[in-house]
Design a protein around this ligand. Structure first.
Ligand code: FPP
Ligand code: MG
Length: 398
């Protein structure tokens, strides 16, 4: 199983080389100087590679599931180009987000705006960081998506759908980023801005649309699934029909699924030991508007609220509530090595309000709810035209 997963990832990764070479060559063909072309190559290699690739690979997986068979080489490469387009979008968001957040590292290496770029060498033999050139590099990653779509999908009937989908997903994610930025602005710690309702809006817009809906919708377009069609319900003795809106239906499940993913991610950041999480959780010291703090705010006593107000988003060892000589610890950007006592105090409140139990109950509820949404999808049935004439015997989404 693990080997099959590794092999799938390796096959997908191999397509990146084609994409990178094609994009770099296009820049060269446009007549850009060699150092600009090399800069672009480094931008692509540094920012698009190195992630888990779940979003990209799920495009290929979904195409395979929808077609119900192994893909031809041509189909595979096309699906992988759409998958890498999602990864390019993610890279674009992260380069911009790291600038906005003033972050230090990403995927185990310096954030792009802090990375030394080997294409510019000073007289002293040093390599200055990318710096604000990253403001241009980020949208170049986004523009690469549209360049790839033009080259590989312009002749497809669903080309306009792909363009519209990417534009929509960008806008949605930007709305989410805006909401996040005004809820937890850098250097301002104010838990009064947080709420579970606000949290849900941020998660849906900033994460769920582009991470969960986008890969599946791309695969659906590639498989020529129409926006709407009518099926005759297979279990209906009277031959009743129902109209299917497959993209809306997928969205109605994938966005809540994305929300569940993020809530689980937030809970693990607080609760999982580093050896299980694969990193040290930093949401508390980073003043993140996470599910844990929002749930704790809803459940806490006034005394616990004071502890949260004094310690959340801060690192250090100043004890909350201590009399005399106490001072607030300032937020020091969002990159912290260790939370110290402040983080420990917040975690005590999280435990005291019963966050683990609340999460377990939520997980049970959301699991049931997602299954209900999936079960509500009409069973497979023949696709019929407006007059009820059968177009194909096998339709439906299940
Ligand atoms: C990461 O959030 C942020 C995103 C996934 C979306 C960012 C969206 C944009 C930057 C919109 C595009 C804007 C411009 C200006 C090009 P996070 O900070 O919560 O996660 P992290 O801990 O991984 O940094
Ligand atoms: Mg960030």
């Amino acid at each position: 199983m693990a080997i099959a997963k590794a092999a799938r990832k390796a096959r997908f990764e191999a397509v990146f080389d084609l994409i990178r070479d094609e994009l770099v060559q296009h820049c060269g063909n446009e007549g850009l100087p060699a150092e600009a072309v090399e800069w672009y190559r480094t931008n692509l290699e540094h920012n698009v590679q190195g992630g888990k690739l779940n979003r990209g690979i799920s495009v290929v997986d979904t195409v395979e599931i929808l077609k119900g068979r192994a893909l031809t080489e041509e189909e595979y490469v096309n699906a992988a180009i759409l998958g890498w387009s999602v990864e390019l979008l993610q890279a674009y968001f992260l380069v911009a987000d790291d600038l906005m957040d003033g972050s230090i590292t990403r995927r185990g290496q310096p954030c792009w705006y802090r990375a030394p770029n080997p294409t510019i060498r000073t007289a002293e033999g040093t390599y200055p960081p990318v710096g604000l050139i990253a403001v241009n590099d980020a949208p170049m990653l986004k523009s690469a998506i549209f360049q790839l779509l033009k080259t590989h999908f312009r002749h497809e009937s669903y080309y306009a759908d792909l363009l519209e989908l990417f534009h929509d997903m960008c806008y949605k994610t930007e709305m989410g980023q805006l909401t996040d930025m005004v809820t937890a602005p850098a250097e301002i710690i104010d838990l009064g801005r947080f709420s579970l309702e606000r949290y849900r809006t941020i998660v849906r817009f900033k994460t769920a649309y582009y991470s969960f809906h986008l890969p599946v919708a791309l695969a659906m377009y590639m498989c020529h699934i129409p926006e709407t069609y009518t099926i005759r319900l297979s279990h209906s003795p009277k031959g009743e029909t129902t109209t299917i809106h497959p993209y809306e239906q997928a969205l109605s499940i994938l966005v809540p699924l994305g929300e569940y993913f993020q809530i689980q991610d937030d809970f693990l950041d607080f609760s999982a030991p580093p050896e299980v999480l694969g990193k040290i959780g930093t949401d508390i010291v980073d003043n993140k508007c996470s599910w844990c703090i929002n749930t704790a705010l809803k459940l806490c006593t006034p005394e616990q609220r004071r502890v949260l107000d004094r310690n959340y988003g801060r690192k250090g060892d100043i004890e909350a509530g201590a009399e005399g000589g106490e001072q607030d610890v300032k937020a020091e950007g969002r990159e912290h090595a260790a939370g110290g006592m402040c983080e420990a105090r917040v975690k005590e409140v999280f435990e005291a309000v019963g966050l683990r139990k609340v999460y377990a109950e939520y997980e049970q509820r959301v699991y049931t709810r997602l299954n209900e949404l999936i079960d509500a999808i009409p069973e497979e049935g023949a696709i019929v035209d407006k007059k009820g004439q059968v177009i194909t015997e096998h339709g439906g989404l299940k």
